[in-house]
Write a protein that binds this ligand. Structure first.
Ligand code: AMP
Ligand code: P6P
Length: 340
């Protein structure tokens, strides 16, 4: 059977929207093109001068590695010249990036993204990823504003990630299921490899950085203990898997069935992950794959953002696993219910 490319798939889906102008199609393809350029540099990361630090720090106060900066620039350029996106909110930039001239200024979409998440793993050759979420702008025309980004995740038009791993996979959803495409580097095409991705029923993997155990809410401690109990009827004890690169952890758990948690702690009530371009995209995909994503108490996609880089606790995975974790949070750690 002949394969289906990402471009063919995107165009085919546009056909389901008679009034579509082709804007989202072009935007999604622009992201796919930028991903190929980033993939090329990620795969050379051990060579040439892309290793090491660019000598600056990003808005998170993290050392900016050359690949972070390169990836950010690639996606900005692709979206700026693509004409469909009028502004970007990036993990690498404190303020939104607005396109103040040309056709992009009036693009009807905005994109929130983490151009290279997990980049602290570059030196150890661990998989890293790009995360993106696409919204219709709220302002009508002209220069975009922060208001265009401060939308609850449920407004998302599309979300996805690129995982630069043993192979490079682009996974995305526009609200009608999740599909994954693997890059064939010999021809430079993303090929449909994971059609209609769904969480397996239940799951037996839990992912969390247990080094923070002593600072976890009591509800998280109870849930971890639950995962470790011996009960073959519910596939426990589960396996623990944690890479420390969210896109890699999330993708593995989506394929094999598992929960990923980055909860708030006594030291950081809202945890570490950023709502707009880390929690929201994976929450959108998880729900589209039949799963659930919450802050331990409420749906991630219902959180009304108040700032571009705000954090949120994240529990994401098969519905049954997330709801079990929520049970423990509500019973043993109600004081951790975030006030977003
Ligand atoms: P457009 O005018 O082409 O930007 O599309 C208008 C709306 O139609 C988008 O915001 C989507 O909700 C839907 N749509 C258009 N093209 C696609 C596509 N290729 N895949 C999925 N949804 C699409
Ligand atoms: P920790 C990478 O820096 C990241 O933002 C996510 O990709 C990852 O899940 C998390 O941080 C890892 O954080 O505190 O466990 O090292």
């Amino acid at each position: 059977m002949r394969f289906k490319t990402l471009t063919e798939f995107i165009v085919e889906k546009q056909g389901e929207y008679p009034h579509a102008t082709g804007g989202l199609t072009r935007l999604l393809n622009d992201i796919g093109i930028a991903a190929k350029f980033v993939n090329r540099e990620v795969n050379r990361a051990g060579l040439g001068d892309v290793m090491g630090y660019v000598g600056e720090v990003n808005v998170q106060g993290e050392e900016q590695k050359k690949l972070d900066v390169y990836a950010n620039n690639q996606f900005i350029a692709a979206l700026k010249y693509g004409g469909e996106c009028c502004a970007i909110g990036s993990e690498e930039n404190e303020e939104i990036i607005t396109f103040d001239s040309g056709v992009s200024m009036h693009g009807k979409y905005v994109v929130a993204m983490d151009p290279l998440d997990g980049s602290s793993n570059i030196e150890s050759n661990v998989s890293i990823g790009t995360l993106f979420s696409i919204y219709l702008r709220r302002t009508v025309r002209g220069k975009a504003t922060l208001e265009d980004f401060l939308q609850p995740g449920r407004n998302m038009v599309a979300a996805g990630y690129v995982l630069y791993g043993s192979s490079t996979v682009l996974v995305y959803s526009t609200g009608n299921g999740v599909n994954g495409f693997t890059l064939d580097p010999s021809v430079g095409l993303f090929i449909l490899s994971h059609p209609d991705m769904k969480y397996p029923d239940g799951g037996n993997i839990y992912s969390i950085n247990e080094a923070s155990y002593n600072n976890f809410p009591e509800g998280v401690k109870k849930y971890i203990n639950y995962c470790q109990e011996d009960d073959p009827a519910t596939k426990r004890p589960y396996s623990t898997r944690y890479i420390g690169s969210m896109v890699a952890d999330f993708h593995r758990n989506l394929v094999r069935g598992g929960i990923f948690m980055y909860p708030g702690t006594s030291k950081s009530l809202f945890g570490k992950l950023r709502l707009l371009y880390e929690c929201n995209p994976v929450a959108f995909l998880a729900e589209q794959a039949g799963g659930k994503a919450s802050d331990g108490f409420s749906r991630i996609l219902d959180i009304q953002p108040t700032s571009l880089h705000q954090r949120a606790p994240l529990f994401v995975g098969p519905t049954s696993m997330v709801e079990k974790a929520e049970e423990f949070m509500k019973e043993y750690a109600p004081e951790f219910k975030p006030k977003h």
